[in-house]
Design a protein around this ligand. Structure first.
Ligand code: PXL
Length: 280
């Protein structure tokens, strides 16, 4: 049975069901040892109606944590990065890729930085460019359409068509990533999906679009993808499983109007585990 040691670098939003508080339980449920480097600690995520959140940037802690691990001889089968605490952190993360990965270890970059055509509060164009730079060394990147535009400079469109997504995918591959999983690709009303491109091969998985906006679904998706892919599933299979898992998490949340800041992905974990058992 495969048992991988992963490192995820992203923030701790203490309340909000995103970033590390989603990645840790999801990756653990998939059966991976999951180590973390918190990029920042926030009282909540920065989205929705949250205002006045605390934000502690942990940039200065990154090199010290890495040096300690290097002295201990620790290395990882994969590094998965998400929301970083500063633009400067991208350089430290690049060092992590170079020094803490086992030979043949995988790099997954979730360029978590925006949605609906906008950057998240507090992030700027320099941040987007720094994360675009990180994509150069990645095995897989998982942007939504907003993030794809912010990193490549292409215009954001609410309505995608195949010519538009083809341009996005080729601009994303030009950043230097081996494979791209582009999320939130909707060609027809009522549906959305993920577009998976690896080299010249491209496949689309379409599923139902649930017309309500939830925060943290990108993180839930990316963690489900990383969990499934690193179990040994193919890129497209992992992208599909993560999509179904995210839709399930949204379904479990829909009947609770009070629960606006995240999705109840915890309720969808047993289904994810069953699916992995069935497919492996
Ligand atoms: O889910 C993405 C995310 C992660 N981390 C922080 C955020 C957001 C989205 O708003 O604010 C701190």
């Amino acid at each position: 049975m495969s048992y991988k040691r992963l490192l995820t670098v992203q923030d701790i939003s203490c309340l909000g069901q995103c970033s590390v508080t989603a990645a840790l339980p999801i990756l653990s449920a998939c059966g991976h040892e999951t180590c973390i480097i918190p990029s920042a600690v926030l009282s909540t995520h920065t989205g929705g109606s949250f205002t006045g959140y605390t934000f502690r940037d942990l940039t200065e802690d990154l090199p010290a944590i890495c040096r300690h691990w290097l002295r201990q001889g620790v290395s990882f089968d994969a590094v998965y990065t998400g929301y970083l605490g500063s633009t400067r952190q991208a350089a430290y993360v690049r060092e992590i890729f170079q020094t803490l990965l086992k030979p043949g270890g995988k790099i997954v970059v979730d360029p978590a930085m925006g949605d609906n055509g906008q950057l998240y509060a507090g992030l700027d164009a320099r941040y987007a460019q720094a994360i675009a730079g990180l994509c150069a060394g990645a095995d897989v990147i998982l942007p939504n359409i907003t993030e794809a535009c912010l990193m490549t400079g292409l215009e954001y469109r609410e309505q995608a068509d195949e010519a538009y997504t083809a341009r996005l995918l080729s601009a994303l591959l030009d950043l230097g990533a081996k494979s791209v999983v582009l999320t939130g690709v909707s060609y027809e009303p009522g549906t959305t999906g993920v577009l998976v491109r690896s080299g010249s091969e491209q496949r689309y998985y379409q599923h139902k679009h649930i017309p309500r906006m939830f925060h943290g679904t990108g993180d839930v998706y990316a963690s489900g993808f990383v969990g499934a892919w690193l179990k040994g599933l193919g890129l497209f299979e992992a992208a599909k499983i993560a999509a179904d898992f995210t839709v399930d998490a949204i379904r479990y949340t829909l009947d609770d109007p009070e629960h606006w800041y995240g999705v109840k992905f915890e309720l969808a974990l047993p289904g994810l585990i069953d699916r992995l058992r069935a497919e492996l």
